[in-house]
Structures are given as C-alpha cells and as structure tokens.
Design a protein around this ligand. Structure first.
Ligand code: NAP
Ligand code: MG
Length: 729
C-alpha cells in the first residue's frame, strides 16, 4: 500500500486530479513518499460490483472495501476528494454510459419482479446515495478554515446580497407529524440485538432483524406521517401563491437515500395533485412515482397528450417555482440530485434571500424544509439577517465545527433501518431479551426510521471538542436540544465528560435555533466560535458558515481523526460541482478551485511525518502550506471565465511556489538541491507554460465519457502544456 492514498472520484475534482496528481507524485517521490490511488468513483463502484457480467480486463477490485479496511488501521493516510452521491437518474445514466463503452452490465431494474432482478436491484441500491462516506468515516470530523484562507477572505471580501427587513423569504417547516416531533430515544445499558417488526391486523412482518448494538449505544426511532406531510405541502403551495414568492423545496434528496427521495416524491405529487388524482392508474401503469422527479415524469408521459395538457393547466395555476436552471427550464422538482439543502440554502441566504424564478429573475422564496429537526437553523439565520442586515466577510469571525459521525453515528435515512411502511399498524423495535425499546403507531406510506450512535464515537467526539477548544480558546457550543429525545441522550454523555475533565465552564449547550443566533452574534463581533454538532449539522453548518464567510465551502480544512489512529483528509466540504464539467466540455475551461486539495495535502504530509517519523515529508508539507499561501497572496486561484487562468494554471503556480519553497528551505539540504533546478525551470518556463495553457481554452473538450472518462483523452485535456509536462514528467 502506498504511503498516501489519493482517491479517484468523479466530475470536477477528478478532472483536477488529472492535472494535479502527477505533480504531487513527482514532488512526493523526492521525499520517498509514494502516492497511490483507489477508485471510489460511481463508475468504478458499479464495475467492481458486477464482476460476473464483465470480461477479465474490464473487472476492477472493490477499492471502497479495501479503503474501508485501511481506515480501521493506524497506517491510514487518505486524501478523500468529493464523489457523487448518486440519485437513481444518475445511476441509470452511468450504467447506460458504461454499457455503451462495452460493459455488459445489467440495466437498473426500476420495478424488479424476478429473484435475479431483485438481487441486481439490491446491488445497485448499495451504490446509491451516500454509500462511500459512512464506510470511510471511522472517526469524527474537525472542519475549519485554515488561517491563511480566512485572512484572505477577510482582506478580499466576496460580494453578498443585501438583506432587508421587508424580505418575504421565509422557512416553512412542519409543526407536527414529522421526524422531529415523533422522535423517541434510549441509551442501551447492555449490548443487544434488535429486530424491527410491523404488526398489522394481518399479523407480524419482520422489517429487519439482527441489528447489533454494543452497550451504551443511543438508539432512536421516529417516523414522518405521510398524511401530515401531504397536508403541509398542499398548504405551503397555497401560502406561497398568496405571498407572491417562489416555491422552493430544500432537503437531501439523494444522500438520505431511503427517506428523502420519498419525501421529494410527495412534493412532486403535491405539486401535480390534480393530475395524480385524475390519471393515477395510468401513471402507475407507466411506472411514474414522482420520486425520480418532474424531469423523468415528463419524459415518461410524453406520448400522453391528455396528461401533458393537465400538467400544463395545473402548472399555470401554481405559484412560480424556484429554478435550478431557468434557461433550460429545469425546476426545483425536476431532478432529485439537484435538491441539496446544504448547498441550496446557504446560496440563497448569501444572495440576500433570493432564488431564481422561471422568468430568469431573482425573487423572494418560501423555503420549504418539511422536517423540523434542523430547519430552525436556516429560519433563525434568515431572521437574524432580516434584523441585522447581511454579514460582512471583511470583519466576521469564524465558526469551526467538530462533528459526530464515526461508525455511522446519526446516519439518518441513508441506512438500512429506514422503511416506507406498507400497511397501517405498529412498528416495534424489540431487543433480544424481549424488551420493546420503541413503538410507533403508523399508517401506510409513513416513513419510519431508526438511527444509532455508539458510545466510543460519542466520547471521542466530546474529547475532540475539548482539544479543539483548548487549542482555540474561543467560545464553544454543543448544538443539542435538551427537549429533543436524541439530543437529551447525548447531553447525558457530554456533561459528565466535561465535568470529569474540569472544563464544563468552557462550553455551552444550546438548541440549534439558539446556537445559530449565538454563533451569528459572535462572528458579527469578529470573534470565533466552535459548533460541536451531530452528523447532520456537521454537514449543513460546514457549508452554511463557510459560504457566508469565504463564499464557498470548497476551501475548508476537513480532517477526520480516525479512531484507530490514522488520518482521513477530505478536500473541502463541498461537492463534485457538475456545472464545472459542463463548462469544461463546452469551452475547455475548468473553474474548479483545488484549494481544498492543497490544504488536505499539507495536512496529510505533516501527518505522515508525525506517524512515520519521515522528516522529509514534514519539509514537503511545510512547503505545501507556503505554496497555498502563495496561491492566495498572488491571486492565482482559477477564474470563472473562459480565456482567463483556470484550474490548470493554478496547478502550475502551485508547483512553482512549492518548488521554490523547497529550494529555499534549509531544514533538508538534499531536498533543497533537488528542487532548485525544478524551481528554476518552472520560473524560466512561465511565459511558455501559461501561453500553452491559455491556447488550450475556448473550444469544446472531449473526455471520452462523463462517468467513466477516457484516461488518455482526459490527460490530454488536463495537461495541455508540453513545457510543464517535460518538467513534471
Ligand atoms: P457542489 O458540487 O459543491 O456545488 C455547489 C457549487 O459550489 C458549485 O456549483 C460551485 O459553484 C461551488 N463549488 C464547489 N466546490 C468548488 C470548488 N472546488 N471550486 C470552485 N467552486 C466550487 O455541491 P452539490 O451540487 O451540492 O453536489 C454535487 C455532487 O457532489 C453531488 O453528487 C453530491 O452528492 C456530491 N457531494 C459529495 C460530497 C463528498 O463526497 N464529500 C460532499 C458534498 C456533495 P459555481 O458553479 O457557482 O462555480
Ligand atoms: Mg455538505
């Protein structure tokens, strides 16, 4: 195994790797550090799942499983780039592309009937959604902006939309019947194995059995009432119309792969309610559920003029919808993978509460977030800015995050203990000693789920927070609601640990709404605070605050302190930026900013130095930090516009600053001597290299695929400077 594993992923970050990874490998080799790759891309994961359908040459090892083992060892040193959390339409598109490339993969069975189809479907479903991160995240999360990044943002503040008191933008959330209000939670005194059953008038169905929990596990159960959800959605559509705002839905439609696609489907059905009432049978026969989105639905009913007309009629009567792409007519409800609350809500808040309407103009929006567990965070943020005006990034302090996530803690909805209830009855969670731990009366269509958080990860998380607070000395808040069932169990862990360590006075515990306000007040004063949160808020807040403070979450340091001693370094808190690929394909300009990769690389090398006593790696890591600083100080980050420097240019500058820093340092004379001529060549080649890179832009670029690109073509596109390639090799 290589010293450092750099993950092979998808979309924009993978394109960036085609340019950046050869530079990393060349530089690391000088310190005797090997950097290898493991393929966790959507295409790679599909291929590795179906060896029996493929030829010998086509087969791939299951790299995710290998990485899953590696992260449980102290040797782990993984640089993890963002990968696609696939929705069904994305999965289907990837399968199609692979088939067209000669991979004889089975189709995705939309409605599996035979045993074989069911088996294929189960395998594909294992690839969907957030299937990668839970495997790798064998530790809790430490996310913050590196000092250099934060001070750059303060001296180069980005534009922020104005917030005014009369903005009609608001958050709408359910006041009952949702996951938040139905939650129950208990901490297991002893280890136990649970089964989940549904008791109905016709008898008992086992939904799941053999769910094993070690002692001390916090086990929650809750459900979303389908009837309450439908009533809420219908009501909010009407209210949006009365208020004259855009209707917008914000949730995690693909990552929460079981629950949220269903909720998204309810929204599609609510929007087209009269159509589903009138043509329900026909839509069923066509296999239309709503869960795959309006886009797929419109595709499937193309040949049904009556339904098309009915859709047009109801659309005309609805309020305007918030758009993903108004030029292309892609609405909020078209594609589930476009509905990502942690990206959409901060963007709307940064824009002063504005979303894009169907007319291509900005407007206020009704932000519909059905479940009320975390909606108060956005609601309070919006209220705060209405009262106080927009945040000033030039003077604002920062919100760091310590997030609980190890061993699938709080993996809501994306795990195998979430069910759409087939018939009215009672769901019970029964332990092997016969204890009924949790019980809920449910109706057909309700979404029931259980999530758990183990003791060791919780304790590790609290201790990580204590270390971080000590290092920063700033305000630190546990975002836990004493009135929420799950949070109350966590508080019972947190308080004794803080008291035993004598640091209880350094921490506050507040419900998410109060914590949001307190944090915004703190950073408005220019001071810093640490948000110590569960898994969902780790995700949401490390997009929300960075997007307000730094304009993007892509520049965050995101470190996973693996519980077995290894390190997992995530590159930023953002995603895989599909829009960036489109731009590259159209005009050969890649606006992806690799700053997240730069920060992760520096941390990874320093970690390697500590773990293996490799002092050359330490020198290399320190020089990475200097190069990152150089990129920021000299404004070498990619521009968004074709014809201006892009991702590839930033890699040239990074290599140059890195080599210069290595040549200049005095800690290791061999490395200095090795890198002096490289630095010289990079400086001397500046004009030629930048000209070669500039000449590559403008025309369409062929990558030979989207989900599985052609390596040679991608390399040709991403490494167009012969002069630079001659230096890097
Ligand atoms: P996203 O790709 O981060 O997109 C949001 C926007 O943020 C982008 O369109 C881009 O804005 C900007 N952005 C993000 N990273 C950037 C970078 N390095 N440089 C420059 N701009 C950057 O998020 P998304 O649309 O929520 O998610 C897309 C996909 O990524 C999904 O499949 C999602 O599941 C996945 N995802 C993976 C991870 C992970 O693996 N850790 C995390 C989040 C999301 P402009 O277009 O305006 O330039
Ligand atoms: Mg996120």
């Amino acid at each position: 195994m290589s010293d450092i594993i750099y993950t092979k992923v998808d979309e924009a970050p993978e394109l960036a790797s085609a340019s950046f990874l050869p530079i990393i490998q060349k530089f690391a080799a000088a310190a005797g550090v090997s950097v290898g790759t493991k393929d966790i891309s959507l295409a790679g994961r599909i291929i590795s799942t179906f060896p029996d359908y493929l030829t010998e040459e086509q087969r791939q090892t299951d790299d995710l499983a290998e990485l899953g083992k590696l992260v449980k060892t102290p040797e782990a040193n993984v640089i993890k780039l963002p990968n696609i959390s696939a929705s069904v339409p994305q999965l289907v598109a990837a399968i199609k592309e692979l088939q067209s490339q000669g991979y004889a993969l089975p189709d995705y069975p939309e409605t599996p009937s035979t045993d074989e189809e069911k088996a294929v479907r189960a395998k594909y479903d294992g690839i969907k959604g957030s299937a990668v991160n839970p495997v790798l995240r064998e530790g809790n999360s430490d996310r913050r902006a590196a000092k250099a990044v934060k001070s750059f943002a303060q001296s180069n503040p980005h534009r922020m939309g104005e917030w005014t008191a009369d903005s009609k933008t608001r958050v709408a959330s359910m006041s009952g019947g949702d996951f938040f209000s139905n939650e129950v939670s208990a901490t297991l005194a002893n280890e136990a194995t649970a089964k989940i059953v549904l008791e109905t008038a016709d008898g008992e169905t086992v939904l799941k059995e053999g769910v094993a929990y070690p002692a001390g596990t916090v086990v929650d159960a809750t459900y979303m009432s389908a009837a309450a959800l439908d009533a809420f959605l219908a009501d909010e559509i009407e209210k949006t119309k009365a208020e004259g705002t855009l209707f917008s839905l914000h949730m995690k439609a693909t990552m929460m792969k079981v629950s949220d696609p269903i909720i998204f489907g309810h929204a599609v059905k609510a929007w087209l309610a009269p159509v589903f009432e009138k043509f329900g049978d026909k839509l069923d026969a066509l296999g239309v559920t709503g869960n795959a989105g309006l886009g797929t639905l419109l595709e499937k009913i193309k040949g049904e003029p009556e339904i098309v007309a009915a859709i047009e009629e109801i659309t005309a009567a609805r309020p305007p919808m918030y758009m993903v792409d108004s030029d292309k007519g892609i609405t909020n409800l078209h594609v589930p993978s476009d509905v990502i609350i942690d990206a959409s809500m901060p963007a709307l808040i940064r824009a002063g509460g504005k979303g894009w309407g169907p007319d291509g103009k900005e407007a206020d929006a009704n932000c519909v977030i059905p479940d009320n567990s975390y909606a108060p965070v956005y609601d309070e943020t919006i209220k705060f800015f209405k009262e106080n005006g927009k945040l000033n990034p030039a003077t604002a302090g920062t919100v760091q995050n310590i997030g609980l996530m190890a061993q699938k803690a709080e993996e809501y909805g994306s795990h195998p203990t979430t069910f759409e209830i087939p018939a009215a009855g009672t769901v019970k969670m029964i332990l092997d000693d016969g204890t009924v731990l949790h019980s809920h009366d449910v109706e057909a269509g309700d979404i029931w789920r259980s999530a758990s958080s183990r003791k060791a990860p919780i304790e590790d998380w609290v201790n990580l927070a204590i270390d971080r607070q000590k290092a920063e000395g700033c305000r630190a808040i546990f975002w836990l609601d004493a009135n929420r069932a799950h949070d109350a169990q966590l508080i019972a862990y947190v308080k004794p640990i803080l008291e035993a360590k004598g640091v209880a006075d350094k921490f506050e515990i507040m419900a998410p709404r109060e914590a949001t306000r307190a944090s915004l007040e703190t950073i408005t004063k220019g001071e810093n605070t640490i948000a110590i949160t569960g898994n969902v808020l780790r995700d949401y807040l490390t997009d929300l605050f960075p997007i307000l403070e730094l304009a993007t979450s892509a520049k965050m340091l995101s470190i996973v302190k693996l519980m077995q001693g290894g390190g997992l370094f995530e590159t930023g808190a953002g995603g895989s930026a599909p829009k960036h690929v489109q731009q590259l394909q159209g005009e050969n300009h890649l606006r992806w900013d690799s700053l997240g990769e730069f920060c992760a690389l520096g941390e990874s090398l320093t970690f390697l130095a500590d773990a293996k006593g490799n002092e050359k790696a330490r020198v290399l890591g320190a020089a990475v930090d200097a190069a990152t600083q150089g990129i920021l100080d000299n404004d070498r980050s990619p521009s968004r516009k074709v014809g201006e420097p892009d991702n590839r240019d930033s890699h040239y500058w990074f290599a140059r600053y890195w080599a210069e820093a290595l040549a200049a340092q005095t800690a290791d004379a061999d490395l200095a001597a090795h890198f002096a001529p490289i630095a010289e060549a990079l400086v001397a080649g500046e004009e030629k290299i930048t000209a070669e890179l500039a000449a590559a832009q403008g025309a369409a670029a062929d990558l030979g695929g989207y989900y599985r690109t052609d390596a040679a073509k991608t390399s040709a596109v991403m490494r167009p400077s012969a002069t630079l390639n001659a230096i890097i090799g």
